[in-house]
Every structure is written in structure tokens, then in C-alpha cells.
Write a protein that binds this ligand. Structure first.
Ligand code: PLP
Length: 233
């Protein structure tokens, strides 16, 4: 029998594919990051058994506890850190993750570079842009993203792969479209000005708005609740 997580996962993947096709995009151009924060390792293993390989976690400590176990049996599992990251957690984050999506300040990039050099590891990053959500996470302007990418030119172990954002928590679809559109427009501009990087990744869209995000060019949606159910904080 299929578990609820497996049923949910299949439905989300079907919906992602349908959303991509309906706006003329390739289904292979949109990937799914399963956000497992606050859910136990058993939930992660169920999703892995259903074929999911990419996971997202907000908190480094929780991520380390789960994924150091998961990696023992599933070597090709990928972990992305997607939550606000304190400087003193960077070392662990670089150790455990293949990508940090929530880069929101230059100092954080400097620390990521420092720790990655120490660990002799290259680390993928996305720059998070604040495009209208209440939590105020992310760089506050496109100008700051220029500074961030200038720093990346000088770094050895950081690979900038694109951008991330969160839409505002609202029912107003026009505002959600605007938020995602502004990230896409920023990324097109930045890609032109930094041809030395491949900045194709646009991480946008969560359980409530991933279809809109796909219409606006998302290359990776981050979905938690629609796969794993409600979180108990
Ligand atoms: C929790 C979280 C998600 C997943 O949100 P759902 O609404 O549960 O799909 C995606 N992105 C970030 C940055 C998050 O913190």
C-alpha cells in the first residue's frame, strides 16, 4: 500500500508537470525540493523510497541530525539549506549541505567561503532576494546582489547558481505574480552582467503558490506541507 506521503508526492509531481506543460515549458526544467523541516527522518525515508532525492531544511542542527543518518544509506540524497543562517552555523551547514539557498548578506558569503576552503569543499549558493514577503529575509535590492556576485568572483569555493525568493503571504495572486516576476527579471539582468557564472536556478514557489511560480519561470519549487502534511511547531 502507498503511504500518504507517497500519494502526496506523486500528486505534487503531477501538478508540477501539468503546470509546466500548460505554460509551454519543459517538465525537466522544473525540479522539486521536498521541504522536510519539522518532520521526522521516517518521513524523509518514505519520500526517498518514492524516488525523491532533493530535500530542504531550515535549521542546521535539525538537518544535521536527520541527514547524517540518511547519507549513510542514500549517498545520492541532496540537502539544501533554505532558512536564515547564523554565522556560527555556517561550518556545519557547509559540511552537511550541497547548496545554501538563503544567502542574504555579504558577511555570510565570506564565512561560507572561509569554511568551504577549510573543508576543501565547493558549495553551491543561491542569493535570496527580498521581493515582498513580511519576514524581510533576503538581500533588500538588486544592487546588493551585484555586490554579492562581485564577491563571488574573488572566491574559490563558492559556486553561485542563481536566486531564491519567497512571495508575500497573501491570497492576492497579482502580488504573488509580481514578486516572482521581479526575481526573474533581476536574474535575467544579472546573468547578462555576470556571464562567467551560470545563474539559471530560480528557486521560487511553495505549497500554496508553486503553480504561479512555474508560470513565472521557477526552476525549482520548495514544497513542504503539500507533501509531508502540516508541521507541528
Ligand atoms: C518552510 C519553507 C518552505 C515550504 O513551505 P510549505 O508552505 O510547507 O510548502 C519553502 N521555502 C522556505 C524558505 C521555507 O522556509
Amino acid at each position: 500500500m502507498q503511504s500518504q506521503i507517497q500519494i502526496n508526492l506523486k500528486k505534487v509531481l503531477d501538478d508540477i508537470n501539468a503546470a509546466a506543460v500548460s505554460c509551454g515549458r519543459n517538465i525537466s526544467d522544473v525540479s522539486l525540493l521536498a521541504v522536510s523541516k519539522f518532520h521526522p527522518i521516517e518521513a524523509v525515508l518514505e519520500a526517498i523510497n518514492a524516488g525523491q532525492t532533493k530535500f530542504g531544511e531550515n535549521r542546521v542542527q535539525e538537518a544535521t541530525a536527520k541527514f547524517s543518518e540518511v547519507y549513510k544509506s542514500f549517498l545520492n540524497t541532496e540537502l539544501h539549506i533554505i532558512g536564515q543562517l547564523q554565522t556560527n552555523k555556517v561550518k556545519k551547514a557547509v559540511e552537511i549541505a550541497s547548496m545554501i539557498e538563503s544567502v542574504d548578506r555579504i558577511d555570510l558569503l565570506k564565512e561560507i567561503e572561509k569554511q568551504a576552503v577549510k573543508l576543501n569543499k565547493t558549495i553551491n549558493v543561491l542569493m535570496e532576494l527580498h521581493t515582498g514577503e513580511e519576514s524581510k529575509s533576503g538581500f533588500e535590492s538588486v544592487e546588493k546582489l551585484y555586490e554579492a556576485l562581485e564577491f563571488c568572483k574573488t572566491s574559490k569555493n563558492i559556486i553561485p547558481c542563481g536566486f531564491m525568493t519567497m512571495a508575500p503571504f497573501t491570497e492576492d495572486e497579482v502580488l504573488i505574480h509580481k514578486s516572482f516576476e521581479s526575481l526573474r527579471l533581476a536574474s535575467e539582468k544579472l546573468q547578462k552582467d555576470f556571464p562567467e557564472f551560470n545563474l539559471k536556478e530560480l528557486s521560487m514557489g511553495m505549497s500554496n503558490d508553486y503553480k504561479i511560480a512555474i508560470q513565472e519561470g521557477s526552476t525549482q519549487v520548495r514544497v513542504g506541507t503539500a507533501i509531508f502534511g502540516q508541521r507541528n511547531y
